[in-house]
Design a protein around this ligand. Structure first.
Ligand SMILES: [Zn+2]
Length: 192
């Protein structure tokens, strides 16, 4: 399928429109979440009192094997863990603690925010590195954002749209790859 024919394909045109809409939403949400995550982090800093102590064991959950809802951490990280957990709305579901590094909770707001996000955000440290799904999960699962979220089902629907869009992208890409006689295009080309 050459580029011209691809633009005549309704599925492809719809995918482009949805992708542009989601990118626009991500850009707008990015600035908002940068500020609000900062405010939430300041709130936790004021609430969690460790008496000036810092984590000396560099608590890390990379190899944490979940046997309980919350991970075992040192005494300094414990009050941070408990406060993050207290503000988590998905206590019955899966919580990806291993996204974050506990010893950084007192100083890095995104290490706190990542506990409310899906798996796969372990190495992300700045707002531009997170995808729209990470943003929507943060807003859904962190109680700080409850005052901004009029309808959680709307966020769920947008998140579903994101996942569906990825699925459509994969279908289109597979179609592109399977087109006989055209070996030049790879799945990643459609995003470039
Ligand atoms: Zn610690």
């Amino acid at each position: 399928m050459d580029s011209f024919r691809r633009f005549q394909d309704d599925d492809y045109k719809n995918w482009i429109k949805t992708t542009m809409g989601l990118n626009c939403l991500k850009t707008r949400l990015g600035g908002f979440l940068e500020n609000e995550t900062e405010i939430y982090h300041h709130h936790l800093q004021n609430k969690v009192n460790t008496g000036g102590d810092v984590c000396k064991t560099k608590c890390n959950l990379k190899k944490w094997n979940p046997t309980s809802k919350v991970p075992q951490v040192c005494k300094v990280c414990e009050p941070w863990r408990d406060e993050i957990w207290a503000n988590h709305s998905s206590k019955g579901g899966q919580v990806y603690w291993s996204n974050s590094k506990p010893y950084l909770w007192p100083t890095k707001k995104w290490e706190v925010a990542k506990v409310y996000m899906p798996r796969g955000n372990m190495n992300h440290t700045t707002v531009d590195q997170f995808d729209i799904s990470a943003f929507l999960n943060l807003m859904t699962h962190c109680s700080h954002f409850a005052k901004f979220v009029k309808s959680k089902s709307l966020l769920t629907q947008v998140n579903f749209l994101t996942l569906t869009n990825v699925h459509i992208y994969l279908c289109i890409s597979m179609t592109v790859c399977m087109c006989a006689g055209d070996q030049r295009e790879e799945p990643g080309d459609a995003l470039g």
